[in-house]
Design a protein around this ligand. Structure first.
Ligand SMILES: C[S@@+](CC[C@H](N)C(=O)[O-])C[C@H]1O[C@@H](n2cnc3c(N)ncnc32)[C@H](O)[C@@H]1O
Length: 279
């Protein structure tokens, strides 16, 4: 007879402690309506780690000096959904407005930051847009920093290899120019071309812990992450991003997000697009 072990039960106190920990460390607010989802994801984590109870699990998350279990918890709670050319209008604004303005100013280094890059589709799309628009000399002066708090997402992003279904809906021309089709053991996979991959540098960064990245950006994409934050965390993150924008630098958020109720000095230029005023 096969014995099926019952999933560990979580107490209200333990659930509250986990929700607080996730909020404190990542800014992600887990609403009450998400309780079933949170518990299901946590139970999966407990099974994977061989924990017998939520109490045992919480103790390790809170005391593990490597921080690995905490990272795993945050990974399990974050939504990593993304896609190539998501909210495509933003890449058109980059091509038709931001890059020509930059060129008109003399086109020194062009710095971009994809600040919650998930599995890499967003920064690679930025790279493809630059590759399609810039001259060779300009490309040589362009850099894309791509960061996320999730080591799991970054592990998928770095190689730039995706299942064919993730790119199947892209126009043929984009596929031809910017992807290599896997052959043999790599069949069914597509890799972002080296000319795009080399523009992007991935780093693990938690938006709540960024002090100073050490440079100012002409463009920051921070999309579909603030939607998980409450106003207080949004305020913290937007102030930090604003500090990192060069004068006339652009901040792109998602069309499903808004800066209503967040104090900032940015100028609205298009839906979900803001510009830092010239110095
Ligand atoms: C839904 S994805 C958005 C990906 C991409 N920007 C897009 O719009 O398609 C949200 C990402 O935010 C990341 N994230 C959540 N909280 C974060 C934080 N405090 N610091 C950095 N990244 C965070 C998650 O790991 C996840 O990869």
């Amino acid at each position: 007879m096969t014995m099926v072990e019952a999933a560990p039960v979580i107490s209200d106190r333990e659930l509250t402690a986990i929700i607080k920990l996730v909020y404190d460390k990542s800014g992600i607010t887990l609403h009450d309506g998400k309780k079933a989802l949170v518990v299901a994801r946590l139970q999966k984590r407990l099974r994977a780690g061989g924990f017998r109870s939520f109490g045992d699990y919480l103790r390790v998350v809170e005391t593990d000096p490597s921080g690995e279990e905490l990272t795993g918890l945050l990974d399990a709670m974050a939504t990593n959904h993304t896609s190539f050319f998501r909210e495509a209008q933003h890449f058109e604004i980059l091509r038709d407005r931001v890059l020509p303005e930059w060129r008109a100013r003399g086109g020194a280094g062009f710095e971009m930051w994809s600040a919650a890059c998930s599995s890499g589709e967003e920064p690679y799309t930025l790279g493809m847009t630059l590759a399609d628009t810039m001259t060779e000399a300009e490309i040589g002066r362009a850099r894309i920093l791509a960061s996320d708090m999730s080591t799991k997402a970054l592990g998928k992003a770095r190689p730039g290899v995706y299942p064919m279904e993730r790119v199947a809906d892209l126009p043929r021309e984009v596929l031809r120019r910017h992807f290599e089709k896997g052959l043999g053991a790599q069949a069914g996979l597509a890799r972002v071309g080296a000319h795009v991959r080399r523009l992007v540098t991935f780093e693990q960064r938690n938006l709540l812990e960024v002090g100073d990245v050490g440079r100012r950006f002409d463009v920051i994409f921070c999309r579909n992450v603030m939607i998980y934050f409450d106003r207080a965390v949004q305020q913290r993150v937007v102030s930090m991003l604003e500090r990192h924008l060069a004068p006339r630098g652009y901040l792109f958020i998602s069309h499903s997000e808004s800066l209503n109720g967040v104090a900032h000095g940015l100028q609205w230029v298009a839906p979900a697009v803001y510009m830092r005023r010239p110095a």
